[in-house]
Ligand binder design. Sequence first.
Ligand code: FPP
Length: 255
Amino acid sequence: MLKHNMPKHVAIVMDGNGRWAKKRNLPRFEGHRRGVEVLKNIVQASANLKVKILTLFAFSQENWSRPKDEVDSLLVLFRKLVRQESKNLCKNNVKLNFIGDVTRFSSSLQIEIENSVKMTSENDAMLLNVAVNYSGKWDILQSVREIAAKVAKSELEPSAITTGDITANCALSGLPEPDLLIRTGGEQRLSNFLLWQIAYTELYFSNIFWPDFTASDLEKAIDFYQTRERRFGKTSEQLKRNLSITGPLALGMEA
Ligand code: FPP
């Protein structure tokens, strides 16, 4: 792994908990429980590797349609994680943020979420975004609604709307877009995770089930990332000649 070409922002779809458990004749819950332990290890490993932003898909809007006992057990794990991990995050100087529609959670859980965000708000070694009750289409939709409200109040002309306006009203606004997206569990799809924000993200698919994913697997994903030539629509020759790589796309910004 090269120290100088680290991804600043890594996003992960943590998939395969259920199949990991099934393979061992364990209830799906055991896969999720083990998944939480791995999540903690990978947060620590990412901080050690000096990744600046880590964005994890913990609970999708579509996950509500799983059997009630599985949803309940995921919520129990989520509450426990929020309650117990803030101290650890502070020790590692990690700032916690949630993306997604948290208003769907009970008011007591919303308060715990708020407290954990407050508790870690001064930390600055790494930003950890946890996507809960999140979906990429919802994210774009709520951004478009904000913009439409401005148009309705005649504060904005439709023809003046830019892609930057959509970005600014989506989750993760103000942050560099993910450089690398990892999906574990063998499936090669995005499952409605960050759609708008990953236009130029490198995608890495691993067959390893999330509960078996280790820090060394994370390093392998970063090794893969470091072999990629990121052209942002330009040609390889342009990059080699080092021509205008300082354009807006190279910086992950938009017009
Ligand atoms: C995918 O496994 C896992 C998820 C539903 C999200 C990731 C959840 C955790 C790591 C547990 C922590 C949860 C929270 C909310 C903090 P799957 O059940 O889809 O696995 P399968 O595809 O093998 O069935």
